[in-house]
Design a protein around this ligand. Sequence first.
Ligand SMILES: Nc1nc2c(c(=O)[nH]1)N[C@H]1C(S)=C(S)[C@@H](COP(=O)(O)OP(=O)(O)OC[C@H]3O[C@@H](n4cnc5c(N)ncnc54)[C@H](O)[C@@H]3O)O[C@H]1N2
Ligand code: MOO
Length: 415
Amino acid sequence: MSTAPSPDVPVMTPPIPLEEAQRRLLALADPMRREHVDMAGAIGRYLAEPLLARRTQPAGHLSAMDGYAVTDGDLAGPWTIVGESAAGHPFVGSMTRGEAVRISTGALLPCDAAGVIVQEDLARSDTALTLTGTGPSPQDRHVRRLGSDFVAGKEVLPAGTRIGPAQIALAVSAGHRHLPVFRAPQVAIIDSGDELSSDPENCATHQIPASNGAMLEAMVAGLAVQTRRIGPVGDTLDALLSAFDEAAHADVIVTSGGASVGDHDLIRPALEAWGAKLDFWRIAIKPGKPLLVATRPRSQRRQIIIGLPGNPVSALVTGYHFLLPLLRRLMGALDPAPMAVTTRLDGDLPATGARREFLRGTWDGECVRAVRVQDSGALGALAGSNVLIDRPANGSETPSGANVRIYILQNGGIA
Ligand SMILES: Nc1nc2c(c(=O)[nH]1)N[C@H]1C(S)=C(S)[C@@H](COP(=O)(O)OP(=O)(O)OC[C@H]3O[C@@H](n4cnc5c(N)ncnc54)[C@H](O)[C@@H]3O)O[C@H]1N2
Ligand code: MOO
């Protein structure tokens, strides 16, 4: 005889693997609309279409060094100096074999010149120039050829490229003032839990400062999204429903806390009461198991809700593997998942259980060591770590010296 579950006990489906959960989440993300923004506004955004060069660079043959321009094959000298080509002030005359033109880095090569000899290889006396030492080989011409960087009409950046300093320099050089990018999503960050205090300077013994919201806001800061903090919100359906109403403008709502199975863990029922539909709940990673993802239909784009676990380390790990990739995908990133690096383990690690584990560790560029405290509430250990060590589910002990995969949290890796 089958028995219906009690309304108090949620129906438990087995936790799903990380990759499957990431795929399901990213499949929900329709890209944002496009807009044209100036270069300052484009930092941290993703190109909405391929960028074509509007000009050729270099636009002519340029000298790559300070020295003297000479004609083809004329590498032995001596020469008579007949003029100068400085950056921004080209030499307009003509020159022939036995003649040289003083030239600076970035200056246009005179049209009769074939190469540049660096001034360190030459001796000058008034207008007379002689070669000292062995001089350059015929290949060593120190010339940046016309179009050697990019050519007008050709693609310089593919759609989906993240715009950083180098991409801005390239786009400006390619003749652009504005860039077509995807809009940045609006993100509402809700802290939930009766025990949370919004004032870290004023916190009773039964309270804890609402640090997750501040942490999540910091995590998304590198993504140029617009954030709004809501709460802390108490553990009642009414309080959560009002918080969701406050977040009705957002493209993505991220909550932390109340995602597990306790009597006061109300995020799931509150979302359902608000009209959101649960997509999945619980994933097979440690920390981070109670993660949930839901969607809520709207007239234009649906809202995506990510319910992160309350434990701060669990919130950071799931924020790293779910919230950041989701935001990158909404903003048009081609490959939104975080990148793992392989490195050498220092110190043995024990066998793992049924969940894939992300241990906090310190990496010095050559090897990684797990930090001693791995409690998912321990912020001291988290802040002292710079990587997550990726350990497979049901894995055996890993000996010191073995290769392990890590995810970098610092030096920009967080975004
Ligand atoms: N019987 C079971 N209990 C728990 C399970 C389980 O499977 N069965 N899962 C555990 C796991 S794993 C996690 S992770 C936690 C997460 O649960 P919740 O998402 O419901 O989180 P809370 O209970 O609300 O809070 C947990 C912890 O985190 C602190 N917290 C919450 N929000 C914040 C915030 N905004 N800033 C700072 N700290 C926050 C909260 O005070 C608690 O200490 O559940 C286990 N339990
Ligand atoms: O998954 Mo919980 O996140 O272990 O603490």
